[in-house]
Design a protein around this ligand. Structure first.
Ligand code: MF3
Ligand code: CO
Length: 287
């Protein structure tokens, strides 16, 4: 649709179109002509929805903070899951993973060669382990998702480099988010950095839209891609959660249907935030 330059903008700002959305709309049209996709309207969150997701994200962050100092040698991943369940319920939330597509626990705990979706069990954490704890929370119907790495005692230099690289990749991804620009920017920023450090980026799993449901569109890939993705628009909310492998990026899912491991037995690390696209970049909601 063509809006007259001198008529009021479609957005309801009360300004003339030529003083409001005209430039942004022309950027979007240009990207569309180049083959990029424009996200459907329902992926742009309203002010009220953003307020709800924001509260949920604060709870998710608080859960991760609560675990700080508790995750150490000798505890089991089941214990972590118990603390997360208790704290979430006590604060009025509900763990999003619990019973999601028959997932049996509140938390994902992915140890050493586990890339993601590790199911908490009686495994005892030992000196030298690296473990990702992934927290997803529902609060008043709004979803948020974040994860961090925890290291147990002294770990190898390579393990520390991998953990640091994965964290750096997360922030490189966050900083690459620009409104009215394609989603491909994220992976195009992350993968060269991971490769330069001698590591690889998992391709089979990525970030995802989130907020009204646990996993919404778009799929957020963390690897380089010349393919035309979706354009990011202010009000979109999604996760960035690069999984970085020591060796090959290849994955294998175990018979439990969830636990995803590296095919070569190498270590894997991951950090995750839920972010909101703004008029200038990305705001991290889970920090
Ligand atoms: N939190 C995970 C993610 O970041 C999703 C876990 S799905 C579950 O995508 F059901 F396994 F918890
Ligand atoms: Co996620």
């Amino acid at each position: 649709m063509i809006f007259s330059r001198n008529k009021l903008c479609w957005c309801g700002s009360g300004k003339k179109y030529k003083h409001c959305h005209i430039d942004k709309d022309s950027i979007i049209s240009r990207l569309k002509r180049k083959g990029y996709l424009v996200p459907p309207r329902y992926l742009i969150k309203t002010r009220e929805q953003i307020a709800g997701i924001r509260k949920s994200a604060v709870l998710t962050k608080n859960i991760l903070d609560m675990l700080d100092g508790k995750i150490k040698e000798g505890i089991t991943t089941n214990q972590i899951d118990g603390w997360v369940y208790q704290y979430t319920i006590q604060n009025g939330g509900y763990p999003a993973p619990l019973n999601y597509k028959k997932y049996p626990k509140s938390t994902c705990t992915s140890l050493n060669n586990v890339i993601c979706h590790g199911i908490p069990d009686e495994t005892v954490l030992r000196e030298g382990d690296i473990v990702n704890v992934d927290i997803s929370t529902i609060l008043d119907g709004y979803f948020s998702d974040a994860s961090r790495m925890f290291t147990i005692g002294t770990i190898t230099e390579t393990a520390q480099q991998l953990v640091d690289c994965a964290r750096e990749c997360l922030y490189i991804g966050v900083n690459s988010v620009k409104p009215y620009q394609p989603i491909n920017n994220i992976g195009n920023a992350i993968e060269p950095y991971a490769k330069a450090a001698g590591f690889s980026v998992v391709r089979d799993f990525g970030g995802h839209g989130i907020g009204l449901k646990f996993q919404e569109d778009p799929f957020v890939h963390h690897y380089q891609s010349p393919a035309k993705g979706v354009i990011l628009l202010p009000g979109m909310v999604f996760t960035i959660e690069p999984m970085i492998n020591q060796g090959s990026y290849r994955c294998k899912i175990l018979n439990d249907g969830w636990t995803t491991i590296t095919t070569d037995g190498g270590l894997s690390a991951q950090w995750e935030h839920t972010v909101l696209v703004t008029e200038t970049g990305a705001e991290i909601l889970t920090s």
